[in-house]
Design a protein around this ligand. Sequence first.
Ligand code: ZN
Length: 241
Amino acid sequence: MTIAVLSDIHANLEALDVVLEYIERCGCDRIICLGDVVGYGPNPNECIERLRMRADRVLLGNHDHAAIGLTDPMTFNRYARQAIEWTGETLTPSSRKFLQQLPATCQEESCLCVHASPYAPLDWRYISSVSQAALEFRHFDEAFCFIGHSHVPLVFCLRGNRVLRLHKSSLQLERQARYIINVGSVGQPRDGNPQAAVGIWRPQQRIYELCRLDYDFQTTQKKMRTLHMPAYLVERIAHGR
Ligand code: ZN
Protein backbone atom coordinates (compact mmCIF):
# COMPACT_ATOMS: atom_id res chain seq x y z
CA MET A 1 0.00 0.00 0.00
CA THR A 2 1.28 3.45 -0.93
CA ILE A 3 -0.50 6.56 0.32
CA ALA A 4 0.10 10.09 -0.96
CA VAL A 5 -0.46 12.83 1.64
CA LEU A 6 -0.68 16.39 0.41
CA SER A 7 -1.76 19.71 1.85
CA ASP A 8 -2.15 23.44 1.20
CA ILE A 9 -2.82 23.42 -2.53
CA HIS A 10 -4.11 26.99 -2.35
CA ALA A 11 -5.81 26.99 -5.73
CA ASN A 12 -2.51 26.45 -7.57
CA LEU A 13 -3.55 24.17 -10.43
CA GLU A 14 -0.12 23.95 -12.08
CA ALA A 15 1.43 22.66 -8.84
CA LEU A 16 -1.48 20.29 -8.14
CA ASP A 17 -1.36 18.74 -11.62
CA VAL A 18 2.37 18.03 -11.34
CA VAL A 19 1.79 16.43 -7.92
CA LEU A 20 -1.13 14.32 -9.19
CA GLU A 21 0.95 13.09 -12.16
CA TYR A 22 3.75 12.13 -9.81
CA ILE A 23 1.31 10.29 -7.53
CA GLU A 24 0.03 8.37 -10.56
CA ARG A 25 3.59 7.44 -11.61
CA CYS A 26 4.35 6.22 -8.06
CA GLY A 27 1.34 3.91 -8.26
CA CYS A 28 -0.21 5.33 -5.06
CA ASP A 29 -3.27 3.44 -3.84
CA ARG A 30 -4.75 6.31 -1.89
CA ILE A 31 -4.63 10.11 -1.81
CA ILE A 32 -5.27 12.09 1.35
CA CYS A 33 -5.52 15.88 1.20
CA LEU A 34 -5.11 17.76 4.49
CA GLY A 35 -6.98 20.90 3.45
CA ASP A 36 -6.52 24.47 2.25
CA VAL A 37 -7.53 23.50 -1.26
CA VAL A 38 -8.40 27.17 -1.91
CA GLY A 39 -7.15 30.65 -0.95
CA TYR A 40 -4.22 32.64 -2.46
CA GLY A 41 -4.20 31.06 -5.94
CA PRO A 42 -6.18 31.64 -9.13
CA ASN A 43 -7.92 28.25 -9.69
CA PRO A 44 -10.06 27.31 -6.67
CA ASN A 45 -12.88 25.59 -8.58
CA GLU A 46 -10.51 23.61 -10.81
CA CYS A 47 -8.47 22.39 -7.82
CA ILE A 48 -11.64 21.34 -5.99
CA GLU A 49 -12.78 19.45 -9.10
CA ARG A 50 -9.44 17.59 -9.42
CA LEU A 51 -9.53 16.53 -5.78
CA ARG A 52 -13.20 15.59 -5.91
CA MET A 53 -12.29 13.17 -8.72
CA ARG A 54 -8.96 11.90 -7.41
CA ALA A 55 -8.61 12.16 -3.63
CA ASP A 56 -9.94 9.49 -1.30
CA ARG A 57 -10.20 11.96 1.55
CA VAL A 58 -10.10 15.74 1.74
CA LEU A 59 -10.02 17.61 5.06
CA LEU A 60 -11.07 21.16 5.88
CA GLY A 61 -8.39 23.87 6.11
CA ASN A 62 -8.65 27.36 7.59
CA HIS A 63 -8.75 29.06 4.16
CA ASP A 64 -11.48 26.66 2.98
CA HIS A 65 -13.39 27.45 6.18
CA ALA A 66 -13.00 31.21 5.64
CA ALA A 67 -13.87 31.08 1.91
CA ILE A 68 -17.30 29.65 2.75
CA GLY A 69 -17.87 32.35 5.37
CA LEU A 70 -17.27 30.30 8.53
CA THR A 71 -14.17 32.18 9.78
CA ASP A 72 -14.06 35.95 10.08
CA PRO A 73 -11.67 37.15 7.31
CA MET A 74 -10.47 39.86 9.73
CA THR A 75 -8.49 37.16 11.55
CA PHE A 76 -6.23 36.90 8.45
CA ASN A 77 -3.54 39.33 7.24
CA ARG A 78 -4.59 41.71 4.46
CA TYR A 79 -3.13 39.66 1.59
CA ALA A 80 -4.78 36.46 2.74
CA ARG A 81 -8.02 38.37 3.38
CA GLN A 82 -8.05 39.82 -0.12
CA ALA A 83 -7.51 36.34 -1.56
CA ILE A 84 -10.23 34.85 0.65
CA GLU A 85 -12.73 37.50 -0.43
CA TRP A 86 -11.92 36.91 -4.12
CA THR A 87 -12.18 33.14 -3.58
CA GLY A 88 -15.54 33.49 -1.81
CA GLU A 89 -16.94 35.39 -4.81
CA THR A 90 -15.40 32.97 -7.32
CA LEU A 91 -16.52 29.62 -5.86
CA THR A 92 -19.32 27.91 -7.78
CA PRO A 93 -22.31 26.61 -5.79
CA SER A 94 -21.04 23.05 -6.19
CA SER A 95 -17.52 23.97 -5.00
CA ARG A 96 -19.04 25.72 -2.01
CA LYS A 97 -21.10 22.63 -1.21
CA PHE A 98 -18.00 20.46 -1.49
CA LEU A 99 -16.09 22.63 1.03
CA GLN A 100 -19.08 22.72 3.39
CA GLN A 101 -19.08 18.95 3.87
CA LEU A 102 -15.36 18.49 4.59
CA PRO A 103 -14.45 16.92 7.93
CA ALA A 104 -11.76 18.40 10.19
CA THR A 105 -9.97 15.10 10.86
CA CYS A 106 -9.79 11.52 9.61
CA GLN A 107 -7.98 8.32 10.43
CA GLU A 108 -5.95 6.40 7.89
CA GLU A 109 -4.23 3.12 8.87
CA SER A 110 -2.39 3.90 12.15
CA CYS A 111 -2.51 7.61 11.57
CA LEU A 112 -4.52 10.69 12.46
CA CYS A 113 -4.81 13.34 9.74
CA VAL A 114 -5.68 16.98 10.47
CA HIS A 115 -5.00 20.32 8.78
CA ALA A 116 -3.50 22.22 11.73
CA SER A 117 -3.32 20.47 15.13
CA PRO A 118 -4.78 17.42 16.90
CA TYR A 119 -5.45 19.35 20.11
CA ALA A 120 -8.10 21.66 18.66
CA PRO A 121 -8.49 21.07 14.89
CA LEU A 122 -10.69 24.13 14.33
CA ASP A 123 -8.49 26.53 16.34
CA TRP A 124 -5.90 26.41 13.52
CA ARG A 125 -2.87 26.30 15.84
CA TYR A 126 0.65 25.98 14.41
CA ILE A 127 3.07 23.23 15.45
CA SER A 128 6.45 24.74 14.72
CA SER A 129 8.57 24.00 17.80
CA VAL A 130 9.53 20.99 19.90
CA SER A 131 7.57 22.39 22.86
CA GLN A 132 4.39 22.83 20.80
CA ALA A 133 4.83 19.31 19.41
CA ALA A 134 5.29 17.87 22.94
CA LEU A 135 1.92 19.30 23.95
CA GLU A 136 0.19 18.01 20.82
CA PHE A 137 1.47 14.42 21.29
CA ARG A 138 -0.71 14.25 24.42
CA HIS A 139 -3.84 14.92 22.38
CA PHE A 140 -3.93 11.93 20.04
CA ASP A 141 -3.49 8.19 20.50
CA GLU A 142 -2.41 7.10 17.04
CA ALA A 143 1.22 6.31 16.18
CA PHE A 144 1.49 9.28 13.86
CA CYS A 145 -0.27 12.43 12.89
CA PHE A 146 0.00 14.06 9.46
CA ILE A 147 -0.47 17.82 9.39
CA GLY A 148 -0.10 20.80 7.04
CA HIS A 149 -1.01 24.47 7.72
CA SER A 150 2.43 26.10 8.19
CA HIS A 151 3.57 25.24 4.63
CA VAL A 152 6.93 24.14 6.11
CA PRO A 153 7.80 20.43 6.03
CA LEU A 154 8.76 19.20 9.51
CA VAL A 155 9.05 15.94 11.40
CA PHE A 156 8.73 15.67 15.18
CA CYS A 157 9.49 12.34 16.80
CA LEU A 158 8.50 11.25 20.32
CA ARG A 159 10.85 8.62 21.77
CA GLY A 160 10.06 7.72 25.37
CA ASN A 161 9.22 11.14 26.73
CA ARG A 162 11.65 13.06 24.56
CA VAL A 163 10.55 15.03 21.51
CA LEU A 164 13.08 15.57 18.73
CA ARG A 165 12.92 17.49 15.52
CA LEU A 166 14.30 15.35 12.69
CA HIS A 167 15.92 17.03 9.69
CA LYS A 168 15.24 14.31 7.18
CA SER A 169 13.10 14.07 4.09
CA SER A 170 13.14 10.28 4.09
CA LEU A 171 12.39 8.25 7.20
CA GLN A 172 12.19 4.68 8.38
CA LEU A 173 9.48 5.04 11.03
CA GLU A 174 10.45 3.31 14.26
CA ARG A 175 7.90 1.01 15.85
CA GLN A 176 8.50 2.36 19.37
CA ALA A 177 8.32 6.02 18.39
CA ARG A 178 5.43 8.34 17.51
CA TYR A 179 5.54 11.11 14.92
CA ILE A 180 3.98 14.41 13.90
CA ILE A 181 4.75 14.92 10.22
CA ASN A 182 4.10 18.15 8.33
CA VAL A 183 3.95 17.35 4.61
CA GLY A 184 4.57 20.96 3.52
CA SER A 185 2.57 22.68 0.80
CA VAL A 186 1.69 21.85 -2.80
CA GLY A 187 0.86 25.35 -3.96
CA GLN A 188 2.67 27.84 -1.71
CA PRO A 189 5.76 26.33 0.00
CA ARG A 190 7.40 28.55 2.65
CA ASP A 191 10.62 26.73 3.44
CA GLY A 192 12.71 28.59 0.87
CA ASN A 193 12.17 25.92 -1.78
CA PRO A 194 9.51 26.81 -4.37
CA GLN A 195 9.01 23.19 -5.49
CA ALA A 196 5.64 21.57 -4.75
CA ALA A 197 5.72 19.12 -1.82
CA VAL A 198 4.00 15.76 -1.40
CA GLY A 199 4.45 13.07 1.25
CA ILE A 200 4.59 9.43 0.16
CA TRP A 201 3.83 6.95 2.95
CA ARG A 202 4.20 3.18 2.77
CA PRO A 203 2.57 2.01 6.02
CA GLN A 204 3.51 -1.69 5.72
CA GLN A 205 7.20 -0.88 5.15
CA ARG A 206 6.99 2.00 7.66
CA ILE A 207 8.62 4.35 5.16
CA TYR A 208 7.82 8.03 4.73
CA GLU A 209 9.38 10.24 2.10
CA LEU A 210 8.84 13.90 1.27
CA CYS A 211 9.14 14.54 -2.46
CA ARG A 212 9.68 17.95 -4.08
CA LEU A 213 8.65 18.65 -7.64
CA ASP A 214 9.30 21.46 -10.11
CA TYR A 215 6.24 23.04 -11.65
CA ASP A 216 5.55 25.96 -13.96
CA PHE A 217 4.98 28.72 -11.38
CA GLN A 218 5.38 31.39 -14.08
CA THR A 219 2.02 30.33 -15.52
CA THR A 220 0.42 30.54 -12.07
CA GLN A 221 1.96 33.98 -11.58
CA LYS A 222 0.65 35.16 -14.96
CA LYS A 223 -2.88 34.10 -14.02
CA MET A 224 -2.58 35.85 -10.64
CA ARG A 225 -1.40 39.10 -12.27
CA THR A 226 -4.29 39.00 -14.75
CA LEU A 227 -6.65 38.74 -11.77
CA HIS A 228 -4.87 41.68 -10.04
CA MET A 229 -3.94 39.57 -7.04
CA PRO A 230 -1.52 41.23 -4.55
CA ALA A 231 2.06 41.40 -5.91
CA TYR A 232 3.37 39.95 -2.65
CA LEU A 233 1.35 36.76 -3.18
CA VAL A 234 2.43 36.55 -6.83
CA GLU A 235 6.13 36.94 -5.96
CA ARG A 236 6.31 34.57 -3.02
CA ILE A 237 5.53 31.40 -4.97
CA ALA A 238 8.73 31.95 -7.01
CA HIS A 239 10.82 32.02 -3.83
CA GLY A 240 9.05 29.49 -1.64
CA ARG A 241 8.60 32.13 1.08
ZN1 ZN B 1 -2.44 27.00 4.04
